[in-house]
Design a protein around this ligand. Structure first.
Ligand SMILES: [Zn+2]
Length: 244
């Protein structure tokens, strides 16, 4: 068996990198799964492409809005055991699958060297929900897919990053959330409570008056997904292996 640099060091040690467009997206989508994996010893990082600075009705200065949303996301990530949040700082509402976004995603994957990546499923183009198919969500999904292959593991993509020490790296697999064709179900019965706590960290988005409504929505959705596999509460993903 050849030397596999992904498994160098600790055998079986999972490094998970979860990517989304806005602060709170990962808490709505993957946080219960992340909490479970973190308990099992995985090292998890959140990558958030924009700062969600337009998600406000109040007239606060932009620097305050960015600060608030970053702090809320850091607290939420900490609640479920993620190690850190990397903010890419793209403009909320204007995210696009550009060479710059691809470069940022490649750089962060080459830096943290995940074995597993999580992102929204770019194959889901149902456009049946304005929230789910927000332009930024669609852009993040497709950009991450494109960055995963062939760019991240190929030294001829973004070669200047190699000079800076960001060597090519190919994660083993990707878990797509918000998918219409799941092939993996994760039992989140033990961590769905942590997901609720993480969501409530986003106080600028979910005030205490909406806690009951959000809790009901999250539980009903997880019950519905779980019922597909006889689980009390579940998250579902489309898992895809990444070619090397
Ligand atoms: Zn969002």
């Amino acid at each position: 068996m050849g030397f596999d640099r992904r498994d160098s060091g600790e055998q079986g040690h999972e490094v998970v990198l979860a990517v989304a467009a806005h602060p709170d997206d990962l808490d709505f989508s993957v946080s219960a799964t992340v909490a479970l994996w973190a308990r099992q010893g995985a090292e998890v990082y959140y990558v958030v492409c924009t700062d969600g600075e337009r998600g406000f009705q109040e007239e606060l200065p932009i620097s305050e809005r960015i600060h608030l949303r970053r702090e809320e996301q850091r607290a939420a990530a900490q609640t479920v055991g993620a190690k850190d949040v990397i903010f890419l700082g793209h403009t909320d509402g204007e995210l696009a699958n550009t060479p710059k976004l691809q470069e940022d995603l490649v750089k962060v994957m080459r830096r943290y060297r995940p074995t597993r990546v999580m992102a929204a499923d770019p194959a889901n183009q149902a456009f049946d929900s304005f929230y789910r198919f927000h332009p930024d969500h669609r852009a993040a999904a497709v950009a991450l897919y494109d960055a995963l292959y062939p760019a991240v593991g190929n030294p001829h993509f973004f070669p200047h990053l190699i000079e800076l020490g960001y060597l090519p790296h190919t994660p083993r697999e990707v878990y797509f959330f918000g998918t219409e064709k799941p092939n993996v179900w994760i039992d989140i019965s033990d961590t769905i409570g942590l997901k609720m706590r993480a969501l409530l960290c986003h106080e600028s988005q979910i005030g205490p008056e909406r806690a009951g409504e959000i809790s009901k929505y999250v539980r009903e959705r997880a019950e519905q997904v779980g019922s597909e596999r006889n689980l009390p509460y579940a998250d579902a993903y489309r898992r895809l292996e990444i070619p090397r």
